[in-house]
Design a protein around this ligand. Structure first.
Ligand code: UDX
Length: 454
């Protein structure tokens, strides 16, 4: 009788940040449902929800050597650069151990690493394991990054200082303008270009998985496929295909009870993701604008996201007065449940890719206020390509905030955006159902991993 073989294993390597952990854990769920065992390799700096949803996953933590002061003082780009330097050796060691325990090299189907954890490809290559890049942004942002990585640095710096140039459409990337390109607010452009040239240089990777769907960006996907010369698998939105709660912060569920008391499609939900920081003057303009709009609002203010404040205590009394009448504030929400709630009529977002997919996936139109990186690309697409939102550009001012909320929630224009968003929601749901493009793409990826004897 043939000896029963263990399931083939996929090793996942996430970036230690909420917006990256969430989609890679969903990917793990999707691959687990296709019969793979899942090992998640964490650095000392990740936390992952220990929820029962992941009880069948195997977790390994590799050591790093960042000091407390590094963790406090390094900006995100420097942090990622350093993490890649210090984790290469420990990841190699870890993979070696997994292989020893497995006893058979063929039992690891591949290493899937977040595009910013590019140290993984070296170790995978050494052990002759296939490696696969996972992009938590969309294909358009990936294309932009490879264009940027190729752009002459000097020319780019000059262009970005010119206000007229900032508003011009970037020739190869219509309808993105220079100012929509995924540059960073976190540090000098040189550092960002270095990270981009590493992450878009997929090197020895044999494929790229993208948390997107062809109904959202078919031409960028085609271009990416052509540029990278390896298969590109758009298998999203993963939160619909394989929901897997992985919140790193405690969700305040009292906001659902508050939403239950509001009228249908009346509430504007505000959340700026897990990293964005606010300026006090902007918080006040937002509070004034929201209050003047006369619409109820649910606002996520993360502890530490306002300068000199643990939470909101450094804000003037005026803030509490403006909020108390028709607003509700939480430190962290169950976002997907909020967006699904019938009382929510619009989402003010920083346009992180997960938030964008979650909002469009629920047919909720958006007010876009991007901060950095791919968020600017997403905002432009939301407003100008999918036409399911309005972007607030320039200085934040209470009058423009009030108008944007009314356009979205009260005006006919908002109703049109909602209809288009619902149309996209239906297309996205169809794409992850049997026969849909993302469903088929996931199957194609899984089939590509099959060995002769499996
Ligand atoms: C970042 C980038 O912005 C994003 O574009 C990139 O692809 C991944 O990293 P982040 O800024 O945190 O992520 O935003 P986003 O991608 O929107 O992810 C935030 C996640 O946190 C979402 O899944 C959202 O549902 C969740 N969230 C946010 C909550 O569960 N509760 C909240 O109160 C706020």
């Amino acid at each position: 009788m043939e000896e029963k073989r263990a399931k083939r294993r996929i090793v996942l390597v996430p970036v230690p940040a909420q917006g990256h952990v969430t989609p890679i854990m969903q990917l793990g769920k999707a691959l687990h449902s296709k019969g793979f065992s899942i090992t998640v390799v964490l650095t000392q700096y990740n936390r992952v929800s220990s929820s029962k949803d992941f009880s069948e996953f195997h977790f390994i933590t590799i050591p790093g050597s960042l000091t407390e002061s590094d963790l406090k003082n390094l900006g995100p780009l420097q942090f990622m650069t350093k993490l890649n330097q210090i984790c290469e050796a420990s990841f190699k060691h870890c993979l070696g151990q997994i292989l020893q325990e497995q006893g058979n090299q063929d039992d690891i189907a591949c290493v899937v690493y977040d595009e910013y954890m590019y140290f993984s490809k070296t170790a995978a290559k050494e052990f002759q394991l296939p490696s696969v890049v996972f992009s938590t942004t969309n294909a358009t942002a990936f294309v932009c990054r490879s264009v940027l990585a190729k752009v002459n640095e000097e020319r780019f710096l000059i262009d970005m200082k010119d206000p007229e140039m900032r508003d011009k459409v970037f020739p190869e990337l219509h309808p993105l303008r220079y100012k929509d390109l995924p540059t960073s607010a976190f540090g000098p452009i040189e550092g960002m270009l270095k990270i981009y040239s590493e992450s878009v240089n997929i090197g020895t990777a044999s494929a790229v998985i993208i948390n997107s769907a062809s109904c959202l960006e078919s031409s960028s996907l085609a271009r990416l496929h052509e540029d990278l010369k390896v298969p590109v698998y758009p298998i999203g939105p993963l939160h619909i295909a394989a929901s897997a709660p992985s919140s790193l912060l405690e969700e305040d569920r009292s906001c659902i009870e508050w939403l239950d008391k509001q009228k249908p499609s009346s509430v504007i939900y505000i959340s700026l993701g897990s990293l964005a920081l606010m300026e006090t003057k902007d918080v006040l303009e937002m509070a004034w604008g929201l209050s003047n709009s006369n619409q109820p609002f649910l606002w996520v203010i993360r502890p530490g996201s306002i300068p000199a404040s643990e939470w909101t205590e450094s804000l003037p009394e005026e803030f509490s007065n403006l909020v108390s009448e028709r607003g509700y504030i939480v430190k962290w929400s169950p976002q997907m449940e909020v967006l699904r709630h019938p009382a929510v009529g619009g989402f003010w977002s920083h346009c992180g890719w997960n938030s964008t997919l979650e909002s469009v996936g629920e047919g909720v139109p958006m007010i876009c206020r991007p901060f950095t990186g791919d968020q600017k690309v997403n905002a432009r697409y939301i407003e100008s390509v999918w036409r399911v939102g309005v972007q607030l550009e320039g200085e934040l001012e209470k009058g423009t905030v009030e108008r944007a909320v009314k356009r979205l929630i009260v005006d006919e224009e908002g109703e049109e955006m909602r209809k288009r968003a619902i149309g996209l929601k239906e297309k996205l749901e169809a794409s992850v159902r049997g026969g849909g493009s993302s469903f088929t793409s996931l199957d194609d990826f899984v089939n590509s991993l099959k060995t002769k004897d499996s």
